[in-house]
Write a protein that binds this ligand. Structure first.
Ligand code: FAD
Length: 466
């Protein structure tokens, strides 16, 4: 057989899991080989987090310009050159960032091998690129092959039925976008096209959209979505999709009756499945769970010696920052520093809906389920000067603190800046800070962050602004 190249550490996949693992392992003294079958940066940088946020940003600008504002600014002659928007997203955002990652990998002397990897056994992978293949014998391996959209029978991706990748590069802003699956991705992209002037219909199987965020939190998002003319059907079952030359008709059952809605595109966003089925894992001791996710311990070690797994191929929420955090644990573990962390305590999650949603740590439901002696305190953005100055006084910050220790154990935000504000609260939780620690920290005025201090003062029983 062909001679295998001996390498120290192999990382498979270059998403926010793989590229971070490669750089950190190199920093800790490993010689790293990174295998990538697609684009450097993975889903997140190429067709996920980054391009979606770029378009969502444009959606906000467009909506602001097109809506009558209460502060006397009248915009006329606003138009959207969608081709230019797409070009900007690709060249100035995605390619700049992925180019930056490629440079960082080079700086850390990471060897990049293009091709599709699969395992021959517990110590060897085969990498296929076109007609060529190459064998690598490794000391350590980190699997970071990510996930792909789930396809459902009868709704296969083609032409006018698109996955999230297709929805980020539509040839034109749709007149009517139908979305099956109102999770975070479906709701973010639905909100984006609503802002760009499309009619949007979301069809969701559960009795609520944005699973993972509670009803009180998502209410401002839903109210806004509906006020803009968006339609949401919950407890609905999509039955069939029929494509025509210029559209697609979707039949679904909701409220006990069958209905058909016609749009120009259908986005199917019903979840993602791990890329573990074509890796040859049956040739190794790596064990999968019933969802095809790789079983790992708290050091990200699989059931096979020297093979680790991180990111969307492991259990837990499919989030880029989870993948990157696990990457650092795995890189430390293979470098002899068995640093293991409890990832799931204050792992924040954000939805970039029209009012941003963010959560970290415990929630009102989780404290009930766990029977914790804790209480929630809410401070509205309507009482925050900066929010009013931004014409963004909708939403609130909710802190959850332990009644005995007063430690912050959870927080949720809906409203302006939620995605950035949540980090302060994760920091507080990770470090066992009390609400008094937060209220005794000077927050600059006027800022959205003051609402965190105000919520903490409320929890201390010494509120000023409410
Ligand atoms: P991926 O990013 O999926 O990367 C895996 C890489 O492995 C890919 O490049 C793939 O080509 C490669 N690969 C696969 N198999 C092989 C093989 N056999 N050989 C070689 N290479 C292989 N998360 C957030 O935290 N915030 C967000 O705002 C957010 N927005 C999102 C928006 C959209 C539209 C989507 C689809 C996802 C979003 N996510 C977001 C989720 C986020 O993108 C993923 O959680 C993240 O990319 C997972 O990282 P990963 O490193 O595990 O895998």
């Amino acid at each position: 057989g062909a001679q295998a190249t001996e390498v120290e550490t192999v990382v498979i996949g270059s998403g926010p899991g793989g590229y971070v693992a490669a750089i950190r392992a190199a920093e800790l003294g490993q010689k790293v080989t990174l295998i990538e079958s697609g684009e450097i940066g993975g889903v997140c940088l190429n067709v996920g987090c980054i391009p979606s946020k770029a378009l969502i940003n444009i959606g906000h600008h467009y909506r602001d310009e097109m809506t009558e504002q209460p502060f006397g600014l009248h915009a006329t002659g606003v138009s959207l050159d969608w081709a230019a928007t797409q070009d900007w997203k690709q060249k100035k955002v995605v390619e700049r960032l992925t180019g930056g990652v490629a440079m960082l990998l080079k700086k850390h002397h990471v060897d990049i091998v293009r091709g599709t990897a699969s395992f021959n056994d517990n110590e060897q992978i085969n990498v296929i690129e076109g007609d060529n293949h190459e064998l690598f014998q490794f000391k350590n391996c980190i699997i970071a092959t990510g996930s792909r959209p789930v396809q459902i029978p009868g709704f296969e991706f083609a032409n006018r039925i698109v996955d999230s990748t297709g929805a980020l590069s539509l040839p034109a802003v749709p007149k009517h976008l139908i979305v099956i699956g109102g999770g975070v991705i479906g709701s973010e992209l639905g909100g984006l096209y609503l802002n760009l002037g499309a009619k949007v219909t979301i069809i969701e199987g559960l009795d609520h959209v944005l699973n993972g965020f509670d009803a009180e939190l998502i209410k401002p998002v839903l109210d806004d979505f509906k006020a803009q003319g968006g339609e949401i059907y919950t407890s609905a079952k999509a039955k069939s999709a029929v494509q025509t030359d210029n559209g697609v008709a979707v039949t679904f059952e909701a409220d006990g009756k069958e209905q058909t809605v016609t749009g120009d595109y259908l986005l199917v966003s019903v979840g993602r499945r791990p890329n573990t089925d074509e890796l040859g894992l049956n040739n190794t001791n790596v064990k999968l769970d019933e969802h095809g996710l790789i079983q790992v311990d708290d050091r990200m070690a699989t059931t096979a010696a020297h093979i680790y797994a991180i990111g969307d191929v492991t259990a837990g929420p499919a989030l880029a920052h989870k993948a990157s955090f696990q990457a650092k644990i795995a890189a430390a573990a293979i470098s002899g520093d068995p640093q293991a962390r409890d990832l799931h305590y204050s792992l924040p999650a954000v939805a970039y809906t029209n009012y941003e949603l963010a959560t970290t740590g415990e929630t009102p439901e989780s404290i009930k389920e766990k029977n914790l002696d804790a209480k929630a305190y809410k401070f509205p953005f309507a009482a925050n000067g900066r929010a009013l100055a931004m014409n963004a006084g909708t939403g609130f910050i909710r802190l959850i603190s332990d009644n005995q220790s007063k430690a912050l154990i959870g927080a949720q935000i809906v409203g302006p800046g939620a995605s950035d504000l949540i980090s302060e609260l994760s920091l507080a939780i990770e470090n066992g800070l009390t609400t008094e620690d937060i209220s005794l920290t000077i927050h600059p005025h006027p800022t959205l962050g003051e609402a965190i201090m105000d919520a903490a003062e409320l929890a201390d029983g010494l509120p000023i602004h409410i």
